[in-house]
Design a protein around this ligand. Structure first.
Ligand code: SF4
Length: 544
């Protein structure tokens, strides 16, 4: 038990110094703000195990006074029956092979998710009875919300078509996606039973950007017989490449050996068992999936290798390379790396090289090449930068990096569990912020930091991304995304440097408190700053 837990007893209100919250709305105080503040305090109390003040305990629950959704006034309210919303109530059950996904850039939610969705629909369609398939004439995809608003910049229509023709994100050749961009009129036959249906980019429709959607990233896929619908499914790309659909129920899983829903619980398992967060995560991974340690490590090795490959590939691109899209953005990873290596001061070389590694992987994402969601495509430069730097430059033991990947996954799981990994829900804090936090936990774990230091490093990195908006210029995951990955990587290192050198027990803010702030900030953020390219840099930058 750290001293910090003692400190919390004195200041159980994460929003301010006053532990007392009056039952009545005080005169002159905005009702909405009052209710919201009470709701946040309640959530913080539950997650941190802090006792609520006597006055708070007597107060009616916020829902009785007004629905939390109305109080939060989210710009795009999420439907309560989405699993991504509901699962915040149980223990974390996410596994590494669900979390770290290899797929084409530039966006896990707008590229990998839609490709997984149409591939899923294609699989369902193949199972229809032969007499129904015989009638089929057309496949149609409709994109809504953020998928429609910024899908063009993310290549969503190409990804959706690729899934329809049976391509999966992990194995699709990025050159196939490039060919769709270069020759958009191509037509592909899709075999469904004895029937062959021609599909092209014209079958992917950019539909309404605003509406009463269950999730900002909503899409429908239909198999039609003339105007009759043979099969239709509504899907949601809920962030990080995860998908759900109308009526979705999560797959049944085994119970984790060490159930946890908060960092406090996770760290308690580690500390009580005199082990590390990484080892607890490994035990859970094995108990949930039934896999052996060797199988888990084999998967993590695949991801580590893919991460180092994206950095190498990005660094090897010519210095005058120009990324696809209207921004005409020049690649800079190779130049930054070369020049940083000439720096006379070692520390400057280190920061320059780490930045270059992140730029390299992120530029690969911008090219639509294969990247790894950690947690998303837009943030796909952050974790690889640290993995590459630690493994290939510092030559740390690979086993340590495997453990770091597990600790990093725990951070991502908790953010997904209680907040979001989707920029369409939470802005860039949910992408680069979470990635940086994961990378800080990875680094601390690699250097054998105690569990409290791992938590503190992750907390610090996340805390200093809170409020960061998503405003990709022209809807392309390039500006500010590519440089932002470099900043996320450097901030991860800074967070580790502070956490490993401060008195750990004096670190005032817990990771769980910061995740609550992430969720709350996501809810209150204006929708213009949630991957819609309607504000911020997306508005102020003029493309000539
Ligand atoms: S601004 Fe951030 S969240 Fe938005 S697309 Fe870029 S990296 Fe992703």
């Amino acid at each position: 038990m750290s001293n910090r837990d003692d400190v919390k007893d004195d200041h159980s209100d994460p929003l301010g110094p006053s532990p007392e919250v009056p039952t009545e709305i005080p005169a002159g105080v905005d009702r909405r703000k009052f209710i919201m503040r009470s709701a946040v305090i309640s959530a913080a109390a539950v997650m941190n195990g802090c006792a609520r003040s006597e006055t708070e305990q007597k107060a009616p629950p916020p829902a009785a006074a007004a629905p939390p959704a109305a109080a939060a006034a989210p710009s795009v309210p999420l439907a309560a029956d989405l699993n991504v919303v509901m699962k915040a109530k149980g223990p974390v059950l996410t596994t590494v092979d669900e979390f770290y996904k290899v797929g084409p850039g530039p966006s896990s939610s707008h590229t990998i998710g839609p490709m997984r969705i149409t591939y899923d629909f294609y699989q369902r369609a193949t199972k229809l009875p032969a007499d129904q398939l015989a009638k089929a004439t057309k496949l149609q995809v409709n994109l809504f919300g953020s998928l429609s608003a910024t899908g063009k910049g993310h290549g969503t229509e190409r990804a959706a078509l690729a899934g329809l023709v049976g391509k999966e994100p992990a194995t699709v050749d990025p050159l196939f996606l490039d060919s769709l961009r270069d020759k958009p009129d191509q037509v592909f036959p899709v075999k469904l039973g004895d029937k062959s249906i021609d599909v092209s980019l014209k079958d992917v429709i950019y539909d309404a950007t605003k509406g009463d959607f269950k999730h900002p990233n909503t899409m429908t896929v239909k198999l039609l017989a003339g105007s009759d619908v043979l099969l239709e499914q509504e899907y949601y790309s809920v962030g990080g490449g995860f998908i759900e659909w109308k009526g979705y129920t999560p797959p049944k899983k085994n119970a984790p050996k060490y159930p946890f829903a908060t960092m406090k619980e996770l760290r308690a398992h580690a500390d009580n068992n005199k082990t590390t967060i990484a080892k607890i995560m490994l035990a859970n991974e094995m108990s949930i999936t039934g896999k052996s340690e060797a199988d888990v490590n084999a998967f993590i090795d695949k991801i580590i290798n893919a991460m180092t490959a994206t950095v190498k590939s990005g660094l090897s691109m010519p210095e005058d390379d120009v990324l696809p899209g209207p921004i005409k953005l020049h690649s800079k990873a190779a130049s930054v790396f070369k020049r940083a290596m000439d720096d006379k001061i070692e520390a400057d070389r280190g920061i320059g090289a780490l930045s270059a590694f992140a730029l390299a992987a992120s530029e690969e994402n911008g090219r639509g090449h294969l990247v790894i969601t950690a947690p998303t495509g837009g943030s796909a430069g952050v974790m690889p930068a640290l993995v590459y730097g630690l493994l290939e430059v510092r030559k740390v033991d690979r086993q340590k990096v495997r453990e770091g990947m597990l600790a990093a996954a725990a951070i991502g799981y908790l953010c997904k569990h209680h907040a979001t990994l989707s920029a369409a829900e939470g802005g860039c804090q949910a992408e680069i912020g979470v990635a940086s936090s994961m990378a800080a936990a990875l680094t601390a774990t690699v250097y054998d930091a105690p569990s409290l230091v791992v938590e503190n490093a992750a907390e610090s990195a996340l805390e200093h991304h809170l409020g960061m908006t998503c405003d990709p210029v022209a809807g392309y995951v390039q500006v500010p995304c590519i440089e932002r990955c470099a900043f996320g990587a450097v901030k991860a290192w800074t967070a580790y440097a502070i956490a490993s050198n401060e008195i750990a027990s004096r670190h005032r803010i817990s990771f769980d408190e910061t995740v609550i702030a992430l969720a709350q900030t996501a809810k209150e953020m204006n929708s213009k700053y949630k991957e819609t390219s309607e504000a911020g840099l997306a508005l102020s930058v003029v493309l000539c």
